[in-house]
Design a protein around this ligand. Structure first.
Ligand SMILES: [Zn+2]
Length: 112
């Protein structure tokens, strides 16, 4: 099965043969789906202090921000598996895309 990025239309890479998520490297986004379709869009944001992951949980109607420290430098997989939940919103954040996700994360951190 091929999977195409919702933001740039490029073909995504499967992260792991057994995993049901696909990654678009240029956009730093992963798309998680199962038999019922897309259920999570996960954005990665690299900041000097930490690696952030912003998850849009489509089925649960939630937005979650995870943070992972930089020592040692984490991989994308680390950020998905080991990130610490920092902020949880009871809705899906609207109009997030790879170009503005860093600003969205900044706004969340300021107002949390
Ligand atoms: Zn993309």
């Amino acid at each position: 099965m091929n999977y195409y990025c919702l933001f740039c239309d490029q073909r995504c890479k499967k992260t792991h043969p057994e995993a049901s998520w696909w990654k678009c490297r240029p956009c730093k986004v992963s798309f998680h789906d199962d038999d019922n379709g897309l259920w999570k869009i996960s954005f990665s944001v690299n900041k000097p202090d930490a690696l952030y992951t912003l998850d849009l949980l489509l089925n649960e109607n939630k937005t979650e921000l995870y943070v992972l420290g930089r020592d040692p430098v984490p991989s994308i997989i680390d950020s998905i598996m080991n990130g610490k939940l920092t902020i949880s919103l009871p809705s899906i954040m609207q109009n997030v895309n790879p170009n503005n996700v860093a600003d969205k994360v900044k706004t969340l951190l300021v107002f949390s």
